[in-house]
Ligand binder design. Structure first.
Ligand SMILES: C=C(O[C@@H]1C=C(C(=O)O)C=C[C@H]1O)C(=O)O
Length: 461
């Protein structure tokens, strides 16, 4: 864990975006350190004021402690402009990605960007977060001119400008920013698809073994994943990749935190004060199926309904010790995405105590949507059958603000950057239950990788 010398100071200004544009429109010209966007609104982080890395069984607790020590105090010391009070995510936020497994060899991350662009409920803002020890002299809370100039400097550093209250990309040639320049290299990087840790045959074999274990009544469900690698001839520029995901999958949360990025349709847990909500997905058919047929295939198939029921139930069971009035939509709905249809259950509830958001996420994770039932048996079988270190894939990903609000999606439909950003390992998994067909599950993994393959300019074989 990284200690943070000195305390933090933050400034938030309400800004306008150019008419008819959203935050997502800025992405192609930026090199973000964190992203969380849904339908054009959300957060873009730039640069880092602090980056905490941790591993192991205490990873949630350690990040929660860091959040309480460093981010929470800013709610008191750096008040928000009136227009932003009560807007979740406004002001200083940390983006986070946490590994699926406590035994992963990969880091879990909490990143506090130095500059955050935010938009929610039709209002946009910029927030600068600095270490007071990095300032020549402390900035007076009331010194608006000094605060504006500090924000302007950080904007220029990241290829942005604020003119008459309007935020936009800097005019070409205006700044010496690294952002715009490298983005161009990245968009033109040639990409190719190569095998991941294992072959398709290995996956088919793993699914067969999973179905067999279910047949022997060792467990009811397990989620088996596979990986492929997209290699590029230059570092990938994440801004344009994320912009493509945000444009094509507007109903998914487009994310970047630590080394993982993607566009996920699944919300592990969203926390707003004491209120919590979630969106559980499980049960999938290919997007090429018409809506009418997809509804029948999902809602009327006992196998799909069972697979879904186990996922929803696992979340309710895992949240029960910290929440009350838990309510799950019943029957599930059908969620239509460009690549797939899912059975979907929205869950709501109320936290019974002031449990820190990261510890609520720890409780909720892993659901049977990405692990299985019973959890421990599924987790053990996954580690032997998959033969993968999932890293951040299928772990919680999202943001936390200083007030304790948070979004934790499940890091699906994404990939992990490797080799200095010149390659990205894509993952996708499928829920296996009695009667699962290995070939169909393999096809489903390709359908789930389609968003990333498309954004990276790689054709599905
Ligand atoms: C595991 C993934 O997705 C999960 C598994 C699903 C399924 O098996 O039907 C559906 C949605 C997700 O909960 C993935 O996208 O990799």
């Amino acid at each position: 864990m990284t200690a943070l010398p000195g305390s933090l100071d933050s400034t938030t200004l309400v800004v306008d975006l150019p008419l008819g544009t959203t935050l997502a429109d800025l992405l192609p010209g930026l090199e973000p350190s964190g992203v969380w966007l849904l339908r054009g609104e959300g957060l873009i982080g730039l640069g880092t004021t602090a980056h905490v890395r941790t591993r192991g069984a205490e990873r949630f607790a350690e990040l929660a402690e860091w959040h309480a020590q460093h981010l929470t105090p800013l709610a008191e010391t750096s008040p928000l402009p009136d227009e932003l009070r009560g807007i979740p995510g406004a002001g200083p936020v940390a983006l986070t990605s946490i590994t699926y497994s406590s035994t992963s060899g990969a880091d879990s991350h909490l990143i506090l960007p130095e500059l955050i662009l935010g938009a929610a409920e039709g209002t946009a803002w910029v927030t600068a977060v600095v270490r007071t020890s990095a300032l020549d002299e402390p900035i007076d809370a009331e010194d608006d001119a000094a605060r504006l100039s500090q924000v302007q400097q950080l904007l220029a550093k990241h290829a942005l400008q604020l003119r008459e209250g309007r935020l936009s990309l800097a005019d070409p040639g205006e700044t010496g920013s690294a952002g715009a320049g490298t983005a161009e290299v990245g968009t033109s990087a040639a990409t190719s698809l190569i095998q991941g840790a294992h072959s398709e045959q290995h996956y088919l074999q793993a699914v067969r073994a999973g179905v067999q274990a279910i047949g022997h009544r060792r467990l009811e469900k397990l989620v088996l994943a596979r990986d492929v690698v997209v290699a590029a001839d230059a570092p990938l520029a994440t801004g344009p990749v994320l912009a493509a995901l945000a444009a094509d999958y507007a109903d998914c949360w487009t994310y970047l935190a630590g080394d993982v990025l993607g566009a996920t349709p699944e919300m592990l847990v969203k926390i707003r004060g004491r209120q919590l909500s979630a969106r559980v997905l499980a049960g999938t058919v290919d997007g090429g199926t018409g809506l009418q047929q997809a509804r029948a295939l999902l809602l009327e198939d006992p196998k799909q309904r069972d697979e879904h029921r186990l996922a929803a139930q696992s979340l309710l069971d895992q949240l029960a010790p910290v929440a009350q009035h838990l309510h799950a939509q019943d029957p599930p709905a059908v969620l239509q995405l460009p690549n797939v249809f899912h059975l979907s259950t929205d869950v709501t509830g109320e936290l019974t105590a002031q449990t820190p958001a990261l510890l609520v996420a720890e409780r909720a994770h892993p659901t049977a949507a990405i692990c299985g039932t019973p959890t421990a048996t599924a987790a053990e079988l996954i580690s032997t059958l998959e033969g993968l270190d999932r890293g951040a894939f299928s772990g919680p990903v999202g943001w936390l603000d200083a007030q304790g609000n948070a979004d934790f999606g499940i890091a699906l439909r994404g990939g992990v950057l490797e080799e200095q950003g010149t390659q990205i390992r894509l993952f996708a998994g499928c829920g296996i239950v009695a009667g699962s067909d290995p070939e169909e599950e393999l096809a489903e993994t390709w359908a789930k990788m389609r968003p990333m393959l498309g954004a990276l300019g790689v054709r599905q074989p």
